[in-house]
Write a protein that binds this ligand. Structure first.
Ligand SMILES: [Fe+2]
Length: 325
């Protein structure tokens, strides 16, 4: 990987981009430095306090299968553990914690992100972002995030530890068939999608160090390997007008295929037909046309309070839906 530290443009602002990567933010690959680490908000003590204060409906603690096992995410519960215990559990286990809705629960962190977006939009007046939602991710040194595709645009602001992000081509119909992306957009799956390790030869592998951020093309499949240390990052979902149109087109194409047996050929996001699909998507979402097929998030384990990092598996008849809002 090229060392962007030498080529990054440095300004009086807090962000430093690889050349051209300030204007590719919001559409293509963008790799840049940020200054979040100087805030003092991400020490063990601050993170433990934040975890202690987190409402149940806004966190997800997850474990993932090891190499060679059937890839799957499973959701759990803190089981009453303190923030300090949870951090130690993550440090010693195979866990991945997502603290959602920073805007409501940790506005001081959300402000860091919003200020950075303000700076990016000031550098690129054609860029307009909306519906920004940030979450804090805290994950184990050896944790992996399996191959998946996210619905919105994503910016990943890395704060602690090291991780390798593998990015695949969003427009490659082998890596991401239209029907698969429709299923993701319709929330039929928990975003796990078919992956062949042979595709790694065509992927971009980017090592994220503390203080570096990355954004990539909408829906580009990706997976993440933590390399070392407790990993702390902020992930921000956002939309641009083009990203909203792509969402609407795939939502409507997916419903047409599933409900009406049509085989939509066009994935164009410009023009009258695309606009009609976006309007149809809004209407069908409001009517709840597909809502019964959306996934239910089930709790299948709790943290083992006698051993940081271990989990207690729940028998399947004790699994229950996790309330998320
Ligand atoms: Fe993702």
């Amino acid at each position: 990987m090229r060392d962007v530290r030498k080529s990054a443009t440095s300004t009086a602002n807090t962000l430093a981009f690889e050349p051209g990567h300030d204007t590719s933010f919001g559409s293509g690959l963008s790799h840049f430095r940020h200054g979040f680490n100087e805030s003092g908000l991400f020490t063990d003590k601050k993170l433990a306090e934040l975890i202690d204060s987190y409402p149940r409906e806004y966190y997800m603690i997850t474990t993932m299968s090891g190499a060679g096992e059937r890839p799957e995410w499973r959701n759990g519960d803190f089981n009453g553990a303190s923030g300090k215990f949870v951090l130690n559990a993550i440090r010693s286990g195979q866990l991945w914690l997502c603290l959602r809705r920073l805007d409501l629960v940790a506005p001081e962190i959300d402000t860091l992100v919003n200020d950075a977006f303000g700076e990016i939009e000031a550098r690129n007046p054609e860029l307009k972002t909306s519906r920004r939602r940030s979450s804090l991710l805290i994950s184990s040194p050896g944790a992996r995030v399996l191959y998946h595709s996210d619905i919105p645009m994503v910016a990943l602001w890395h704060v602690r530890g090291r991780k390798r992000v593998w990015l695949y081509d969003a427009d490659n119909p082998v890596h991401l068939p239209d029907e698969t992306l429709e299923g993701v957009v319709l929330r039929e799956t928990e975003e796990e999608i078919f992956y062949d390790p042979a595709w790694d030869a065509e992927a971009a592998a980017i090592d994220l160090e503390p203080g570096w951020a990355l954004s990539w093309p909408q829906n580009a499949p990706h997976r993440v390997d933590n390399l070392d240390g407790l990993n702390v990052s902020i992930t921000t979902d956002y939309y641009t007008p083009a990203a909203q149109r792509k969402y609407g087109v795939y939502y409507t194409n997916g419903l047409m295929r599933r409900r009406f047996g049509w085989d939509p050929k066009s994935t164009a996001t410009e023009g009258a037909r695309a606009l009609a699909k976006c309007m149809a998507a809004v209407a069908m979402k409001k009517l709840g046309v597909h809502s019964q097929a959306e996934r239910d998030m089930m709790q299948s384990f709790v943290l083992d309070l006698s051993k940081p990092g271990a989990i207690d598996e729940l028998p399947q008849n004790e699994w229950r839906p996790i309330l998320q809002v």
